[in-house]
Every structure is written in C-alpha cells, then in structure tokens.
Design a binder for this molecule. Structure first.
Ligand code: FCB
Length: 469
C-alpha cells in the first residue's frame, strides 16, 4: 500500500485482512426493552432525568425481534455483532439466576451464529440490578461502591459463561468504566447522580478490582467450556488537547484530564500502575486498599470505543465541569450532538494503545449521531481508512464494531440522537436501513474501500454540520 507520511492521505484501495471482523454494536438497556429491575429503569422513572421523559422500557424491542435483527444484519453483509447481557435480568435477586433468561440469551447468540455472525458479548454495559443500588440487603444500595461488587460481578460472569461460553469466544467485562464513573459520580448525570470526587475514585478502583475478578472467573470457567475465550475491556478513549496550546494552564488541564479520565483505567490494566495523584488520593482517602498491580495483563485484547476530540480549558467559573470545560474548534465538522468528527484520532489511539497494551486491538465502538445520514458514509469511510492504515503500519487490529446497528436509547439524551445504520420508527418498530448501512455492507463484503468509494467519501460532505464560528 502506497503510504508516505502522516500528512499524506491514504490511497485507495484500502484493504483489510481476511479474518477482520466488520460488525455493529448495541447494549441491552439501549435496545432490548422490557420492564427490567435495573437502576436505569428506576432512574428513567424519576422526573427530569432523561431528555423528553424517555425511558428504556420498550426501546427497539430487540428482546423479541432479535431473529429479524440477526437476519437484517446478515442481509446487510455484517459479519459480527457486539451485544450485552443485562445483569438485572440474569440475576433478578442476589444469588438467584434465571435459567429462562439465560436460555433466551442462548437463542439470541444462536441466531447470530446460525446467520454466520461472530458475537462479542459485554457482561456489564452501564446498568446494575436494583438489589445492588436501591433495596436494603447484603450489599445494600452501594452500587459501584459495594465492597462485594468484584465478587458479585465475578460470580455472575461465571454463570453466564458457563451457560453461553460455547456460543461466544469474545467477551468484554466492562464497558467504558471511565465514562460510567464520570457521569455517575462526578457530573451527576447518570445514576446514582452523585458529584463526589472521593466516591468517583472509589468507584473507579472498585471497577478495576471487579474487572480483574471477572477476567479470572471467565478464564477459570473457560477451561470447562471451550478453552479459547478472549477477554477484554471496551475502553472509552478520546483525543484531548489544550484549547489554546499557548496557555500553560490549558496545557496542564489537558494533561490532567487525559491522565485521570482518559488513561487511568487503561493504563492500570496495561502496566499495573496508577497515575500518581490518583493513587495518592486513593491511598489517603479510600476505604479499601486495592492493589493495582493485580490488574496488569488482565486483557487478551484491547477494546477501543472512539468517538471524538476535546479541546480543554482551565476555567474557575466551570465548577460543574470540574473546572475543565471541553469544547470544539470553531467551524469543525460536528455530529448532531456537537461532537467533533476527527478520524485521525482513531489512528493515533490505535497506535498508542497497541504499543502500551501489547495485545490485539478491536474497535468496540465508533459512530455518529446523524439523523439525516448526511455525514455517516464519510464518517465510516474515513474512520475505516484509519483502521486500514494502522493495520498497514503493523498494528494488530482484528475488527471494527460500528455504533450502532440501529437507533436506540441514548442514556440521559433519550431517543433523540440517531446513531443507527438502521433507522427505527419507535411508533411501529419498523427498521429501515439508511444509505450508510448499505455502504458499510459493501465495504464489509469487499473487505476493501475501493477507489470510487474513497474518492466520494474521503472528505466531509459540503453540507456537513459545523460548530459555530
Ligand atoms: C458510548 C456508550 C454507548 C453509546 C455511545 C454513543 O459511550 O458506550 O452505550 O451510548 O457512547
């Protein structure tokens, strides 16, 4: 492949290896529907929490329509699907596991396997059973701060892999622990809606301990199932730069945000070390000592959820954003949610973390809120080109899962953002592939971005949304 330096754009055709997985991703709370006893269902019932008063109660009714959804994926040409399991469904009461639910997940995975689609399963994608967050009892109310969290998540993981491990080889323990902690314990936007740096640090460490326990439980169980499981984390990684690189305080702010929010969890799992100030803070104030060295090497692959770039300022007026408000360059291409579209960042993140982790990479999420589907084709092509370039440079990238297969419940933003390759009409539950869905299928089938596609989509469309100038 002709490629000179970083300033040069890639030249088509851009090809992918024969075993590369082209897939899509969803998460249980966002697509399944059902009156599940989870903290997110409870949160959505509280007035003012979710935009438009939306709730995940029906979502895409994927729980009942999974067969049609698998058939649609096959028809579109997608070869992999990342889905998650709802802990609150599988273990409705502490220590009680619902075999009918596990059978249902078997049917879901079976439908994928029968359609020739490789599954990747996430065990924890943001939501918790209410017996851990709301009701009193053994591990009462503490949620992510519960001392028993690692043990409970490990036990649940072992039960799930025992029941389903023959159908799935790729397992994700946790989705975006850094985002979950920031939204739930610093920004107060997600359950349990706290704003406590101390609790945030404790939740972060407890999730690290939980991941380690889950990793070990999965591998211990794997021996009796298939013996070939690969286990990783879906890390949320952004590109974080100072708003004005000339201002020392902004440079400091960007470094701090990168170290604490972006890198800390991933670094702990790669090297078994914590960012200094976070470590000191945890030691001085944390209740439970967690030996971070145990986390080293507990991932067989490195999952990257990549969306955007932030420009960071240090501003004493923005206490609600931890004094580090994030913004976007004036006139930059943005999504419906105002997130900057910055494909180069995916290449940067893949290169950096492949080196730091030493394990194969998957892009476990990457996508855009784009209701009119004006930018998604170009978004896809440019991000996939970054993946192809990384592979050509020698980075071991095994697959790409686009977020999302279909429109879904976007947490506190409700149903308004449209991330789907497939549009959902929530009134009728009808599924309509957007033009980008067909383009992605064509690239997946060809395992290449051909010259014509590259020429058409290598730049953002002229009518792309831009941030105010
Ligand atoms: C990620 C989440 C995923 C989805 C996308 C848009 O942070 O993992 O569930 O909400 O953002």
């Amino acid at each position: 492949m002709a490629m000179t330096d970083d300033a040069a754009r890639p030249t088509a055709p851009l090809t992918f290896p024969p075993s590369f997985l082209f897939g899509t991703a969803t998460a249980s709370t966002q697509v399944e529907g059902g009156d599940v006893d989870s903290d997110w269902m409870a949160f959505a019932r509280e007035p003012g929490r979710i935009k438009g008063g939306d709730t995940p109660r029906v979502a895409c009714d994927h729980w009942n329509r999974f067969r049609d959804d698998a058939a649609l994926q096959k028809k579109l040409g997608y070869g992999a699907y990342r889905m998650s399991i709802e802990w609150a469904r599988v273990e409705p009461r502490p220590g009680v596991f619902d075999t009918a639910v596990l059978d249902h997940y078997r049917a879901m995975l079976g439908a994928l396997v029968d359609a020739g689609i490789t599954p990747m399963v996430t065990l924890h994608h943001f939501s918790l059973p209410t017996w851990l967050t709301h009701t009193s009892g053994a591990a009462s109310r503490a949620g992510l701060l519960a001392d028993a969290l690692p043990e409970l998540l490990a036990r649940y993981s072992a039960v799930v892999v025992r029941a389903l491990g023959d159908l799935c080889r790729l397992w994700v323990t946790l989705n975006e622990p850094n985002v979950l902690v920031a939204q739930g314990y610093l920004m107060g936007a997600w359950p349990p809606a706290k704003k406590s740096p101390l609790d945030a640090v404790r939740a972060h460490h407890n999730l690290l301990a939980a991941h380690v326990a889950m990793y070990r439980a999965l591998h211990a169980e794997a021996a009796s199932v298939t013996g070939t499981l690969a286990v990783g984390i879906a890390h949320h990684l952004r590109v974080i730069v100072p708003d004005a690189s000339t201002r020392a305080v902004d440079r400091l702010g960007a470094t701090a945000l990168r170290s604490v929010f972006n890198d800390a969890f991933a670094r702990a799992v790669c090297d078994g070390t914590l960012y200094g100030p976070l470590d000191a803070f945890a030691r001085a104030r944390g209740r439970r000592a967690f030996d971070v060295r145990n986390a080293k090497g507990t991932q067989d692959f490195f999952g990257v959820n990549y969306y955007s770039r932030d420009r960071v300022r240090l501003s004493l007026r923005d206490a609600d954003q931890m004094f580090l408000p994030r913004g976007v360059e004036k006139g930059a291409e943005v999504s419906d949610l105002g997130w900057e579209v910055y494909p180069d960042g995916l290449g940067t993140v893949l290169g950096e973390w492949s080196q730091r982790s030493g394990v194969p990479m998957y892009i476990t999420e990457n996508g855009i809120a784009d209701a009119s589907d004006t930018q998604r084709k170009s978004f896809l092509v440019r991000h996939l080109a970054e993946v192809a370039r990384a592979i050509a440079r020698g980075v071991d990238v095994r697959g790409y899962f686009h977020w999302s297969l279909m429109d879904n419940f976007e947490w506190d933003s409700g149903y308004e953002p449209r991330f789907g390759l497939v549009a959902i009409d929530y009134a009728t539950q009808s599924r309509t592939p957007r033009p980008s869905a067909e383009l992605y299928g064509a690239i997946a089938r060809a395992r290449a971005i051909d010259r014509a596609t590259w020429a058409a989509y290598r730049e953002p469309p002229a009518n792309a949304k831009r941030s105010p100038t």
